[in-house]
Design a binder for this molecule. Structure first.
Ligand SMILES: NC(=O)c1ccc[n+]([C@@H]2O[C@H](COP(=O)([O-])OP(=O)(O)OC[C@H]3O[C@@H](n4cnc5c(N)ncnc54)[C@H](O)[C@@H]3O)[C@@H](O)[C@H]2O)c1
Ligand SMILES: [Zn+2]
Ligand SMILES: [Zn+2]
Length: 361
């Protein structure tokens, strides 16, 4: 079928909204009419780097919409159902069976179909359409039974869209991984969409939360989301000392969404003995002082997608939103799909926290 998709033709190149051909859903696949899709920093980071291995490509991994059709063997979703799209997992490897599908070993999020046939073609040429098993910067997407999660019909697609990555990552990192005790000190470095959702979850758990971000509006939102205090890292020469002074002691749990060397060094220096640092931001190499980590007995751990089981956490997040306890409207700026390049630029420039593209207005 003919659809519109935002194709990236060259590494780091612009999103070109153009007509392409989408295949019909095959075994285990689901055809979803996309109503809204969030832009995550991972889309933009991958566009800059990973796309050189897979160009042309359609990014987008925070889709929300309605099931249009299902391929053979699909039983978990049916046409007409309102759904939120998330990352893929095989549901049968050791990690999936242990309840940690974010660490699925099958590598499905960067793979296309097993037989190599394209889901998307442009002028007869293949376009990679398997990004997070959805490539949802498009009017329709081929998804899979394992990453297509039913949500209440009453949930706006604009709110449903970011649940499947940014929101569940920030929220799950706290509720599924860090699990702070009431009164624990917790510092969130970087109050973007992921960090703010961590702030919210940690405050709900009764932790004492500090958020660090150079952008004043984001610090203000962090306070609204439950942070006791915020710090502008550009206003100090010694971020760690500020964090310790603000908490009155070291940080039991740090969540880093920046992947910056200076921030990571501060997180190590500000950690309480036996504290932990959860790395969430996508980055390259980070260095640390081995003796600081040893002497303080620190744990440094990576977290993918909040280590959540999407079937469990997405309904939980939808319920929290319905109960007025997840103020996502404060994070989201809506753009028409055609303005995807503006939305990406606003996200990269810091003007917008979570851009959500409205695909069918
Ligand atoms: N691990 C995962 O599964 C996963 C999932 C989603 C997103 N991510 C990654 O998480 C990161 C955060 O995503 P996001 O959408 O919230 O991005 P974002 O850019 O909105 O958030 C990063 C925040 O860090 C702030 N910042 C910049 N310099 C800083 C400094 N010196 N000190 C403190 N804060 C500083 C920015 O102002 C911004 O608010 C990205 O790298 C994204 O790719 C990872
Ligand atoms: Zn698996
Ligand atoms: Zn993401």
């Amino acid at each position: 079928m003919r659809i519109d998709a935002a194709v990236v033709s060259v590494p780091g190149g612009p999103f070109e909204v153009s007509p392409v051909e989408l295949d019909s859903p095959q075994a285990g696949e689901v055809l979803v009419r996309i109503r809204a899709v969030g832009i995550c920093h991972t889309d933009l980071g991958m566009r800059a780097t990973w796309s050189k291995h897979r160009c042309p490509q359609v990014f987008g991994h925070e889709g929300a919409g309605v099931v249009e059709a299902v391929g053979p063997g699909v039983t978990r979703v049916r046409p007409g159902q309102t759904v939120c799209l998330t990352y893929r997992s095989c549901r049968s490897c050791r990690q999936c069976l242990a309840g940690h599908p974010a660490y699925c070993i099958a590598g499905l999020n960067t793979a296309g179909r097993p037989d190599g046939t394209p889901t998307i073609t442009r002028d007869g040429e293949p376009v990679f359409g398997g990004f997070f098993g959805q490539s949802s910067f498009a009017t329709f997407a081929i998804t899979h039974e394992d990453n297509t999660i039913p949500v209440p019909e009453t949930l706006s697609p604009v709110i449903a869209a970011p649940l499947g990555c940014g929101v569940q990552t920030g929220y799950g990192t706290v509720t599924r991984v860090v699990r702070p005790a009431a009164g624990a000190t917790l510092t969130v470095y970087g109050a973007g969409s992921v960090g703010l959702c961590s702030v919210l979850a940690a405050a709900r758990a009764g932790a004492r939360v500090i958020a660090v971000d150079p952008i004043a509006g984001r610090r203000a939102l962090a306070e609204k989301f439950g942070a006791c205090a915020t710090i502008d890292p550009t206003s100090t020469d010694d971020l760690a000392a500020e964090v310790i002074a603000s908490h009155g002691r070291g940080t039991d749990h740090a969540i880093d969404t920046t992947a910056r060397q200076d921030v990571f060094a501060a997180a190590v220096a500000a950690a309480e003995p036996r504290g932990e640092i959860a790395l969430v931001g996508i980055g390259r190499a980070l260095e640390f002082d081995v003796m600081s980590v040893l002497y303080k007995g620190l744990s440094i751990r990576g977290v993918i997608e909040g280590d959540v089981v999407p079937d469990e956490v997405i309904p939980e997040l939808a319920d929290l939103y319905a109960a007025g306890q997840l103020p996502l409207d404060d994070l989201i700026t809506v753009y028409p799909f055609a303005q995807i390049n503006q939305a990406a630029a606003d996200s990269l420039g810091g003007a917008t926290i979570k851009p959500v593209l409205l695909v069918d207005a």
